[in-house]
Design a protein around this ligand. Sequence first.
Ligand code: NAD
Ligand code: UGA
Length: 458
Amino acid sequence: MTFEKNILCIGAGYVGAPTMAMIAAKCPRYKVQVVDIDREKIKAWNSDQLPIYEPGLDELVKKTRGRNLFLSAEIERGIQECDIIFVSVNTPTKGFGQGAGKAADLQFWERTARQILENSAGDKIIVEKSTLPVRTAEAMERILNGNPKGIHFDVISNPEFLAEGSAVKDLESPDRVLIGSRETPEGVKARKAIVEIYANWVDRDRIIESNVWSSELSKLTANAFLAQRISSINSISALCEKTEADIDEIASAVGMDSRVGRHFLKASVGFGGSCFKKDILNLVYICEGYGLIEVAQYWEWVIRINEWQERRFILNMLANLFNTMAGKKIAILGFAFKADTGDTRESAAIYVTRGLIEEHAQIVISDPKALDNARKDLHDVVDRVAFEPDPYKAAEGAHALAILTEWGLYKELDYKRIFKSMVHPAFIFDGRNILDHKRLFDMGFNVFPIGKTPLKHF
Ligand code: NAD
Ligand code: UGA
């Protein structure tokens, strides 16, 4: 069968593989290839046990794999065969040298650009899918177009806005698709070629075209705004705990103003995930580079409040467990950075667990999907932590429960049974405000939500 378009994606991670699976599903006339240097990951993508958990992803991959979606480690061949190449490699925070701890580490991205150049014999469109500092496209154009072969590359920015846990839904009906290019005739032509792909299933009025710099910077700004809302509500949660105000009531009252909106106002133990922190730090670094110190500081405080919220959670546990956790068994329910994913990157649970270990607590971690990742995150302290998939067993003999991920199953547990199996007085620290606090209090628990007056029996 001859395909209408040959599309390649370099990077088979949380973004690359699901995005390409969706393109393959919606565009059966296109051949879509996904390549990665990680052979084990590719093997998993081609097996029944996909390397990531996302609701609806198994079905999507099964439907398309081998039909018009192909996953392999053959990067060079992929580059040779395709004229549209999405690059979705990781862009973590740089851990060394200038900008360490803040700047984006672009080594994977630049390596990919050079590999594309080496293996290209004709003109190509390169699509930035990874989240990148504003003006990266300029650097890419310099690397790619400074070639002696006379090949021309158009660099397009098409940032991804999917959230984990809802990736398939977000890809199927995105709020918007953003496609930025140079405003030159070739740039606009390349942009239109990418618009054409998405127009197979996304309404045209949701596909935004812009200049390439706006597109790159919109992605960093979107994540900064989302994280800022969480830090804003979390900062007020601390004030609620001092004043008998209720953070959920406040979020509802504030969010009903249509100018504010109700999303992303759920107070929590702190936001996690692979991107909020790294993207804001990157934004801070860029602002500092342009001498915009006040702007940098403004955004840096979003991160600082988040770290403070995590720390506050630990200190609150300590204060209410009679100022000592040494030797006490604490059951952590939920380790993923949010529900419906096994991803634990930057999860608040990592910081809370480490804080509790420093207090010499005995930790048992339970999570329906994230225990493998939890073991890796805590590899240096595994001898001080137990991992137990069954939440009832995890809670047996515990002094306290800490709810750190909003998994639906934790709302449905038989807390009477759990209460009986715990050491008394029994405590629940609900870092997600998902439980029925009054009911738990009536059962005998001492309950400590976020941003609400605690319900204590003494
Ligand atoms: P990931 O770590 O899950 O996947 C990246 C993949 O790229 C890895 O499998 C890695 O092996 C591969 N890779 C690295 N260098 C390579 C090379 N030279 N050749 C081939 N493969 C290579 O990362 P991710 O979560 O998918 O994120 C990718 C990008 O998308 C990041 O810039 C991130 O900020 C952005 N993003 C992520 C999300 C998310 O929810 N995870 C959402 C929106 C945007
Ligand atoms: C986030 C953005 O929502 C996506 O649009 C973006 O594409 C992605 O980052 C990215 O660039 O990687 P994600 O990190 O997968 O997606 O998940 P979110 O739903 O944004 O949650 C992030 C964290 O904030 C989680 O720990 C979540 O529990 C927390 N959160 C979220 C709150 O504490 N309160 C809220 O009201 C919402």
